[in-house]
Design a protein around this ligand. Structure first.
Ligand code: TTP
Length: 204
C-alpha cells in the first residue's frame, strides 16, 4: 500500500509498474477491465488512444476522487494491421513468423483523467526484428514470454536478442512511454523526484 501516492495506475501490467518505479513516481494500482475490441474502420492510432483513455476513465470511476488516473495501451502494427496478444502458442509462433526480418510499428498511448480533465498522448516507435528461424521461434514460444505481450515478444526480456533496431521510445515499446508520461504528469501538477521543482503546484 502506497500512502503518499497522487496517481492511480489503472493497469494490471507489471511492466507499467516497473517503468513508473524506474522514475520514482508513487502510485496506487487499480486494474480495470475495458473492451479492447477494435471498431470497424478504426485507425490504429485512434484505437490505442481510445483504449488508453477508457482504462484511465475506468480507473477514475473506481477512485474516491482524489487521485489522477493513468491508463495506457500498447499495440503492435504490421502493415497497419493490429497484432494484439497471441491467444495460443501457435498464434504466437505465427505472429513472430510474420515479424521475422521486418520492421513493424509499436503504438503506445498514455491517458490521464482527473474529473472532467482528460488528456491522452501517443508514442510511435519502429522496431526491426532480425530473421528468426522456426526452431528459435519455437524455443522462444516455449519460454512462455510471448503470451501476454502485444506482438508476441518482449523487448525487455529474452526477446531482446531479436531486436536489430529501434527508432522511438524503448519504454513505449515496453508499455509506458516515460517521456510522454512525465509531460502529462506535469500538466496535472504531479512531479517526479527529478522534475518536482518544475511542477506548477510544487509537491510531487
Ligand atoms: C511489444 C511489447 C509489448 N509488451 C507488452 C506491454 C503491454 O503490457 C502488453 C500489451 O498489452 P496492453 O493491453 O497494452 O496492457 P496489459 O493488458 O498488459 O495491461 P493493462 O491493460 O492492465 O494496463 O504487451 C512488452 O512487455 N514488451 C514488448 O516489447
Amino acid at each position: 500500500m502506497v500512502f503518499d501516492a497522487r496517481l492511480l495506475l489503472a493497469s494490471a501490467s507489471p511492466r507499467r509498474r516497473e517503468l513508473l518505479d524506474q522514475i520514482g513516481v508513487s502510485y496506487r494500482v487499480e486494474p480495470v477491465d475495458v473492451d479492447e475490441t477494435p471498431r470497424p474502420g478504426e485507425r490504429p492510432a485512434d484505437y490505442v488512444r481510445r483504449v488508453a483513455m477508457d482504462k484511465a476513465r475506468a480507473g477514475w470511476a473506481r477512485n474516491n476522487g482524489e487521485l489522477a488516473a493513468l491508463g495506457a495501451d500498447t499495440t503492435v502494427l504490421l502493415d497497419d494491421e493490429i497484432l494484439g496478444k497471441p491467444v495460443s502458442s501457435a498464434a504466437a509462433a505465427a505472429m513472430l513468423g510474420s515479424l521475422s526480418g521486418r520492421t513493424h510499428q509499436v503504438c503506445s498511448a498514455v491517458a490521464l483523467v482527473q474529473g472532467t480533465r482528460e488528456r491522452v498522448v501517443l508514442s510511435e516507435s519502429r522496431v526491426s526484428l532480425r530473421v528468426m528461424g522456426e526452431e528459435e521461434i519455437a524455443r522462444y514460444v516455449a519460454t512462455g514470454e510471448p503470451m501476454d505481450k502485444a506482438g508476441a515478444y518482449a523487448i525487455q526480456g529474452l526477446g531482446a536478442v531479436f531486436v536489430a533496431h529501434l527508432s522511438g521510445s524503448y519504454s513505449g515499446v515496453m508499455g509506458l512511454p516515460l517521456y510522454e508520461t512525465v509531460a502529462l504528469l506535469h500538466e496535472f501538477g504531479i512531479g517526479t523526484p527529478l522534475t518536482r521543482g518544475q511542477v506548477r503546484d510544487g509537491a510531487a
